[in-house]
Design a protein around this ligand. Structure first.
Ligand SMILES: *Cc1c(COP(=O)(O)O)cnc(C)c1O
Length: 334
């Protein structure tokens, strides 16, 4: 009675190997572990032979403790949020933090994302301060917006060089082609691509999600059901399947390009919720099912229309999920 992620092992590993071919890869394991779990990603990073793993926050350190190499923390070091360990590499983006941090650091350059980091002028002071304080500078960190572009990378590399940083450049969100190009242009510098989504989720066809049918009841139009005693607006079967809000299942089937338009349509569908015509992420026999009512904590009530042969208890429904927001009961290699 689980929401299960099935991984086609051979196919999934082939994608890992393909991405790792770029060289000097730093796998990223953060959040819900891209749906696969942080501990599993740590194990996989070991298998890949990665010397460094990137995590999002200091709080995630324990979950990846099985990783045998260095650990870069992507969120910035702060006086109120850090952890000391010889294998941790801190990311620092403020001079006041650089005055207090100890050990190994990446100096982060502010990109057009404007999230964290030093401006070009600050970077020069930072490099100097790091030297004065005897910190071990492990390189320059660049976190580009999605589809970042080469011009910005070149500018940031120049800023780094002007600050006297010749160490590796830890870059996020460079495409394979862009990475090859910057490497070609700067043979004297080393580049470390930090990759999460493309590595773990790059071949969606290797991943499938199923939910178990826990119960099923015939229902007639007008009959009441559910937490709110709502009347069924059509006849068919009421299916109760594993997967609910605790798994991160929302009201609307996720889209891979969830933009404004999708959100607008999600809101429009929200208003249809009361009439019981809300699309769910579940499907049966290739047909997308509708929620009978909003998902419960660990299960969802769905409507199988009367023109469709109903499943039986124990059958598996196919579920479309957004991996970075879904918690699976089980993750299994097949
Ligand atoms: C999350 C994150 C990454 C990985 O991003 P993906 O899009 O999953 O590859 C890389 N760098 C930084 C700084 C991040 O926060």
């Amino acid at each position: 009675m689980s929401l299960t992620l099935h991984i086609d092992e051979a196919r999934w590993r082939a994608n890992l190997a393909r991405v790792a071919e770029r060289g000097a890869l730093v796998p990223v394991a953060k959040g819900n572990g891209y749906g696969l779990g942080l501990a599993r990603l740590a194990t996989e990073a070991n298998r890949l032979g990665a010397d460094t793993l990137a995590i999002g926050t200091y709080d995630e350190y324990d979950a990846v403790a099985g990783f045998t190499g260095n650990i870069v923390v992507l969120n910035p070091w702060r006086p109120f949020s850090h952890r000391e360990d010889d294998r941790i590499i801190h990311t620092v983006g403020r001079l006041s933090d650089l005055e207090q941090v100890r050990g190994r650091v990446l100096l982060e350059a502010m990109t057009s994302m404007k999230r964290h980091g030093f401006t070009a002028a600050e970077l020069r002071s930072a490099a100097q301060l790091a030297t004065d304080r005897g910190l071990r500078v492990e390189g320059l960190s660049i976190h580009l917006p999605l589809g970042g572009g080469l011009a910005e990378v070149e500018r940031l590399i120049d800023d780094g060089l002007a600050a006297g940083l010749a160490g590796p450049i830890w870059a996020s969100h460079l495409s394979a082609e862009e990475l090859a190009q910057v490497r070609q242009r700067h043979p004297g510098l080393s580049f470390r691509p930090r990759i999460g989504t493309e590595l773990w989720l790059g071949d969606r066809g290797a991943l499938s999600v199923s939910a178990t049918v826990i119960d099923i009841h015939p229902i007639k139009r007008g009959e009441s059901f559910g937490y709110r005693g709502r009347a069924a607006n059509r006849s068919g079967h009421l299916v109760i399947a594993s997967g609910g809000t605790a798994h991160g299942l929302g009201l609307v089937a996720p889209s891979t390009n969830a933009g404004l338009r999708d959100r607008a349509s999600a809101m429009a569908k929200g208003s249809l919720e009361a009439s019981g015509v809300l699309r769910s992420p579940y499907s049966w026999q290739g047909r997308q099912l509708r929620f009978a009512e909003p998902p419960h904590m660990q299960s969802s009530m769905l409507i199988v229309p009367s023109d469709l042969a109903p499943p039986t208890v124990g059958d598996q429904l196919v579920v479309q999920v957004r991996f970075t927001t879904t918690t699976f009961d089980r993750v299994e290699f097949v």
